[in-house]
Design a protein around this ligand. Structure first.
Ligand code: RIB
Ligand code: CA
Length: 303
């Protein structure tokens, strides 16, 4: 499966990118970056650093620095750390971004790999909405869009109504759900069931000293956030769940419905059922045990 990950790394993004690299069934042909957990320049720098650590030569194409309609935004540094990778105060600049902006890269790759490309979008959907606006054939050319985002039958995480990726650019997300993209939504309805605990990260560090050791290091900040804010003794693998929805779709149960996104009022960023919209496959069930087991096993075989 040819995949591009649209990302705002981000601690759970880093784990998802490592997972995609580790899975033999995924051919990671590139990353596109966007604001969200971090500023977009930090997202691009972190993405290139992670790929270098993994030994991947996939390109990184930088995307949107801010949401549509000048909607106010601030990086979620309190969740993922000041530079987006836990307590790391500095992240080296390795390599350079791809010459194309993210939206043009996505449009070009969808055209080149017509019907075969899967985009796994684990960040605000600005780049995806920009690609739709750029090329009227993008929705037909793309094989599938699998997003980490949204919440249909459960509360939000950045507000009581909204999940962070959708909340960070509600207008772009609404444009994606209004389109004919073949979309699967992997939201909080399932990702909150995928908790990794400190012992899991320590075991990863022991089995994969470089990559697992790095993941263990950056997870500490993320674990601390979830303990303090939600009194959880683990952290959800939001983004890795979206990767697994691509590699192992049978581990997910879905509800089929059109969706819209509230773009004002108290519930701004909420994903709401809308039968007038094209159908989206919304994940409402997950075999969390199988998903977590595959995640830990795949990462443990990295270096
Ligand atoms: O709500 C969780 C999502 O927001 C994840 O993608 C996380 O990385 C943040 O981007
Ligand atoms: Ca993310």
């Amino acid at each position: 499966m040819k995949m591009i990950i649209d990302t705002d790394p981000g601690v759970d993004d880093a784990i998802a990118i490592a997972l995609a690299h580790a899975l033999p069934e995924i051919n990671l042909i590139g990353l596109t970056t966007v604001f969200g957990n971090t500023r977009v320049d930090q997202s691009s720098r972190n993405a290139r650093f992670l790929l270098d650590m993994l030994g991947s030569d996939a390109p990184v194409a930088e995307g949107a620095a801010k949401p549509w309609n000048d909607y106010p935004f601030e990086p979620s540094a309190w969740v993922h750390g000041p530079e987006g990778l836990g307590d790391l105060a500095e992240v080296p600049q390795i390599g350079k971004n791809h010459p194309l902006p993210a939206a043009e890269f996505l449009v070009e790759m969808a055209r080149q790999h017509k019907g075969e490309l899967v985009i796994c979008a684990i960040a605000p959907l600005t780049n995806i909405a920009d690609a739709l606006a750029l090329d009227p054939e993008f929705a037909d050319n793309l094989g599938k869009l699998v997003i980490m985002g949204g919440n249909l039958h459960c509360p939000g995480n950045i507000t009581e109504y909204a999940e962070a990726n959708i909340y960070h650019d509600p207008n772009a997300a609404d444009a994606v759900f209004a389109s004919n993209l073949k979309t699967v939504m992997v939201g909080l309805d399932v990702t909150l069931q995928t908790l990794l605990v400190p012992e899991d990260f320590a075991a990863l560090a022991a089995s994969a000293p470089t990559t697992g050791g790095f993941i263990n290091r950056i997870s500490e900040f993320y674990l601390k956030f979830y303990k303090e804010v939600a009194n959880l003794d683990g952290c959800p693998m939001h983004d890795a769940a979206a990767i697994l929805a691509c590699s192992d779709p049978d581990w997910f149960g879905h509800e089929t419905t059109g969706l819209k996104v509230s773009s004002d009022g108290d519930n701004i960023g909420a994903t709401l059922a809308d039968t007038s919209r094209p159908n989206v496959q919304v994940a409402t069930k997950i075999d969390a045990k199988a998903a977590l087991s595959k995640l830990k096993s795949a990462l443990s075989h990295l270096h």
